[in-house]
Design a protein around this ligand. Structure first.
Ligand code: GDP
Ligand code: MG
Length: 176
């Protein structure tokens, strides 16, 4: 019988981080190769998918975006349920968004699966002249918490595919 939708594995990935850091644009860049200059806040939880090839397997990433709830701290355990990976996003030009990374990380570890693969993503790397968090500082947080770290730009499409495929590939190695 034909395989459902033609993929080998389905992995749920969640995007978390402060409002305005670029989560929705990272999602649309990865799944549709689109970017939106206006910040559009959607009510409710959204997801979008893309299938990538990792070690000759078709991995379907189902990426969930927290549309709006980040403002109201109402992300429920349903959002994290079944998630095997998370991209924890901050904006390299907004110190506050980096300061909140610790809170997001604790929430993730409280509500999410203990084995979840987490990557810290410093988005808006195209705005280097406005940088307020150094690579060294972010690397320190990542090393302390034993997670990976990358800087990316949803606008320039830099490291977006790499961020997603790295976590998917880590998940694949852990589960297989
Ligand atoms: P969210 O609230 O975390 O979902 O953030 P959005 O994806 O809605 O982005 C918030 C704002 O930042 C929008 O105006 C985007 O156009 C902008 N933005 C998102 N990613 C980037 C990026 O990589 N570089 C720059 N310069 N702006 C970005
Ligand atoms: Mg959004």
């Amino acid at each position: 019988m034909a395989k459902n939708d033609d993929y080998d594995y389905l992995y749920k990935v969640v995007l978390i981080g402060d409002s305005g850091v670029g989560k929705s644009n990272l999602l649309t860049r990865f799944t549709k190769n689109e970017f939106n200059f206006k910040s559009t806040s959607t009510i409710g939880v959204e997801f979008s998918t893309r299938t990538v090839s990792i070690q000759n397997k078709k991995i379907k990433a189902q990426v969930w975006d927290t549309a709006g709830q980040e403002r109201f701290r109402s992300i429920t355990s349903a959002f994290y349920r079944g998630a095997v990976a998370a991209l924890l996003v901050y904006d390299i030009t907004k110190r506050e968004s980096f300061e909140n990374v610790d809170k997001w990380y604790k929430e993730l570890r409280t509500h999410g699966d203990k084995k979840m693969v987490v990557m810290l993503v410093g988005n808006k790397s195209d705005l280097k002249h406005l940088r307020s968090i150094s690579v060294e500082e972010a690397t320190r947080f990542a090393e302390t918490n034993n997670i990976s770290f990358i800087e990316a730009s949803a606008l320039e499409a830099t490291n977006v595919d790499t961020a997603f495929t790295n976590v998917l590939s880590d998940v694949y190695s852990i589960l297989n």
